[in-house]
Design a protein. Sequence first.
Length: 119
Amino acid sequence: VQLQASGGGLVQAGGSLRLSCAASGRTFNLYDVGWFRQAPGKEREFVASINWSRGSTEYVDSVRGRFTISRDKFKNTVYLQMDSLKPEDTAIYYCGAQPTWDRGNYRYWGQGTQVTVSS
């Protein structure tokens, strides 16, 4: 599986961005797809995930109500809609995929996409 993340950019606080994570090589069936982020000097942290089959979602508390993760089965793509962005959301965002039978093991990763939120 190859994951391609895109959609990052520079935005002012309060603005919005939509990140995309497209898969090639196989579908996301039987996988969860997650978004993670890593700010300078900090460890990579979980942001949100979606179960491809059921569509169930999880969010870290700091983004719940502002970010929305979704998937388009026809395009084999997962999106992260980010609204009401804050400067503390600035980070490199990565998408990853973990099999549902081996949760906790994100096996596939896309390259990062930079999100910068100015105050």
